[in-house]
Design a protein around this ligand. Structure first.
Ligand code: NDP
Length: 384
């Protein structure tokens, strides 16, 4: 029997890497739902290639285009927020949650409701919904597999061990494209410079997050939810080569690390094949050719994002939700040329200091607070 799979965010970078692996194993997979926001033509092409049951564009104004390209294919076409949730609720053995931003939260929660395996790339959803998402996973008997490369590495390093014996967990960070820049250079960094990641080929939002180090900060919060060892045991180290994807140190002094090429198909395959292993086309690591792996402490004066994220995790309540919403607004503003690079962290910090609501206890409350936090962040943009 083929495994059934749905991919939320099929037209994105994670979607493409996932579909690349599926394409290599004809007959193993049955594609249930493929979704996108507005790239109707690309989504239709993928839905036809993989004989999906349903294709959904979240932006309903793109539905006519989707329908036109899928006409006569027998593939259902749907559009809008409700259609996205309906598709996410269709039974699938594994759902890849790869929509970018908190916009992916409701669909991820809908997928959780069907109690299957959720391979989570959409870190903003977990950062924003935290306990609400974890409670839903428990309630519906779903399995959350971390697809983010660092968390997938930690998951692999924890396998077969008791988490009570963990002394520390270290997330590695490439440092992004602006790692070696000084304060003046960072203040003048352009969109193109910040989008030029040295190691990873990813969507625009996460690439900017990587340049500011918010990506690592969001991952710290994500790790805090996924691996309950306590915030004081979660560390970050800069490792420019992106070969060691994270590490777990145990009480006896042993440190286990997961190494691999900087290619998301490795952690994606780890989720798709779980609990077994599957092939990827990635070239094997050649450590002798690499020569050296280097590590250094993050510079939180130049890149304050990790400090802000740790503060948000420590504060609890809705602090991480507010941080994430403000960061999404600020990154969009940077990408559209509205604010400079270093203003991203400034805007996030200011939004957090002005808006400190209590922890939300339902999905609806998370979505409402996220919207409210964005209003606060946008008001700051107007003042900027
Ligand atoms: P991309 O920007 O490449 O793709 C995003 C996907 O989400 C697209 O399919 C897009 O559709 C869809 N989408 C965007 N906005 C909405 C919306 N409002 N409603 C519904 N769907 C929407 O992102 P990535 O693949 O880079 O990242 C996806 C997630 O995975 C992020 O949370 C990121 O942090 C995480 N991640 C990514 C990694 C990577 O290597 N790329 C690594 C680790 C984690 P459309 O194409 O129509 O716009």
């Amino acid at each position: 029997m083929p495994h059934s799979i749905s991919i939320l965010g099929a037209t994105g970078s994670i979607g493409a890497s996932t579909l690349d692996l599926i394409r290599r194993e004809p007959g193993r997979w049955r594609v249930v739902a493929l979704t996108a926001n507005s790239q109707a033509a690309e989504l239709a092409r993928l839905a036809r290639e993989f004989s999906a049951e349903v294709a959904v564009v979240a932006d309903e104004s793109c539905l006519a285009d989707l329908r036109a390209v899928l006409a006569g294919s027998g593939i259902e076409a749907a559009g809008g927020a409700e259609a996205l949730l309906e598709a996410a609720r269709r039974p699938a053995a594994i759902t890849v949650a790869a929509i970018v931003g908190c916009a992916g939260l409701a669909a991820t929660m809908a997928a959780i409701e069907q109690g299957g395996v959720i391979a989570l790339a959409n870190k903003e959803a977990l950062v924003s919904a935290g306990e609400v998402m974890k409670a839903s996973v428990m309630r519906h008997g779903a399995t959350l597999l971390p697809m983010d490369s660092e968390h997938n590495a930690i998951f692999q390093c924890l396998a077969g061990n008791d988490i009570a014996h963990v002394r520390s967990i270290t997330l590695t960070a490439s440092g992004g494209p602006l790692r070696t820049w000084n304060a003046a250079q960072l203040a003048a960094a352009t969109r193109e410079q910040a989008l030029r990641h040295p190691n990873w080929d990813m969507g625009a939002k996460i690439t900017i997050d990587s340049a500011t180090m918010f990506n690592k900060g969001l991952e710290l919060i994500e790790a805090h939810h996924l691996f309950p060892v306590g915030l004081d045991k979660l560390k970050i180290v800069v490792h420019p080569q992106s070969v060691v994807h994270s590490m777990v140190e145990y009480r006896d002094g042993s440190t286990l690390a997961q190494l691999g090429p900087s290619d998301m198909r490795v952690p994606i395959a780890s989720c798709l094949g779980w609990p077994a292993r599957m092939d990827t086309p990635c070239a094997p690591l050649d450590l002798a050719a690499l020569g050296e792996l280097t590590f250094c402490a993050p510079n939180e004066e130049l890149f304050p994002a990790t400090r802000l994220c740790r503060q948000a995790a420590e504060a609890g309540g809705a602090a991480a939700l507010v941080l994430n919403a403000a960061n999404e607004v600020a990154v969009a503003a940077f990408l559209s040329g509205q604010i400079g690079f270093t203003r991203i962290a400034v805007m996030v910090e200011k939004t957090m200091s002005r808006f400190g609501p209590a922890a939300p206890t339902s999905l609806e409350a998370v979505i409402a607070l996220d919207a409210e936090a964005r209003v606060h962040a946008r008001a700051l943009l107007e003042l900027a």
